[in-house]
Write a protein that binds this ligand. Sequence first.
Ligand code: SF4
Length: 265
Amino acid sequence: MAEPLLRSMVGERGRSVEHDRHRRHGSTIGGGAVRSLSAGGQSGTVDSLDQVTAEVVTCVACPRLVAWRELVAVEKRASYRDETYWGRPVPGFGDPAARLLVVGLAPAAHGGNRTGRVFTGDRSGDWVFRAMWKAGFANQPTSVDADDGLELTGAYVAAVVRCAPPANKPTPAERDRCLGYLRRELDLLGQVKVIVALGLFAMDGVSRLYGLRPRPTFGHLAEHVLPDGRTLLCSYHPSQQNTFTGVLTEPAFDAVFSRARELTG
Ligand code: SF4
């Protein structure tokens, strides 16, 4: 039911093609464990990763972010002026049988908001998928566009906020509004053992989902056991601000996914 639903909702702009890309190249949506809906879903129906994706890509709950993501998609960066931007919320991507969940902040204005796939088409994504490839979670080290052949094995990637925010800063209300999608993905990805939080914002989002008080200590490679036994593994965000300044080096980032590999087996 989810795929026809998505097609009917997004077909007017040809987005079914984009959805098919997500299905082909991530084994992403579809096949997720079936459970009852949690917050943010439609009560009385059966939830699935397909359903979450269908709702994410058509969500208009945050007027400020809707306006921004669409403005960026129209104005574009000069170097991408011949491309058609996605300009919508960006769903999660990966293996429904994931043992590792990677959580970022939000799509980049000219990255995920352009390509329609999380951490795809921007410098941060270069770091994320290179490190995941080294650790055996991805079939290639690059993530250029939604048709680049990237597939994840044993891993799923998502963000706390699914729309590109101005200055990469969602408001607390926007964050909280969007967290329901991550909650549902966490419920559906029942085999996840490790959650890698890329940056403080992502760690805070995961902490809120679990109701952790006080908030866990953030630090690179800091680990916290969550109430359900999963491990929260923290990492500095691979933003250019961190990677250009040497706050985060390639070996230090690789160590996060090496540790995730140890923990997931
Ligand atoms: S940020 Fe999340 S809740 Fe807000 S419009 Fe985008 S997808 Fe919807």
